[in-house]
Design a protein around this ligand. Structure first.
Ligand code: NI
Length: 138
């Protein structure tokens, strides 16, 4: 971790009150930690917009009885194997599978993988959790 720096912030009292209410709900213990997370979130968003190296998780839900869905999901993952770190498959119930795909690489490619999985017929729900490799948001 790099050295700590302190700085003063001036803002409207009403805005600060709303910030305190918000971070109270999110169970932050102090403003500094909440502010750090806000800044990191912005930096991560920027990394994705700029096409930097990023990390993320894609989750998808699908009915494995649906024709071809498993082979399409597998084919797509083979097409993007250079950005996939690991895949976890969970049998949710008799019909539904949950798959969690951990990915790392160029933002554009990870986004394209998520889009390709989402577009497969039979995939009911897909989310992309945009995170960071951690290097530039320390
Ligand atoms: Ni399954």
């Amino acid at each position: 971790m790099s050295e700590l720096a302190r700085f003063g912030v001036s803002l409207e009292k009403t805005l600060l009150d709303r910030f305190d209410q918000l971070i109270g709900k999110q169970q932050y213990t102090n403003r500094s930690e909440a502010l750090r997370d806000l800044i990191r979130r912005e930096l991560v968003q920027r990394q994705w917009q700029e096409g930097s190296d990023v990390a993320g998780a894609i989750t998808l839900i699908y009915d494995h009885h649906r024709r071809d869905v498993i082979s399409r999901v597998t084919d797509t993952q083979h097409d993007f194997q250079e950005v996939i770190i690991s895949t976890q498959h969970i049998h949710l119930d008799h019909h539904n599978c949950l798959e969690i795909v951990a990915a790392r690489g160029k933002a554009e490619k990870v986004q394209r993988l998520a889009d390709a999985l989402r577009a497969i017929k039979g995939v009911r729900h897909t989310t992309l959790s945009m995170s960071s490799t951690g290097r530039e948001i320390e």
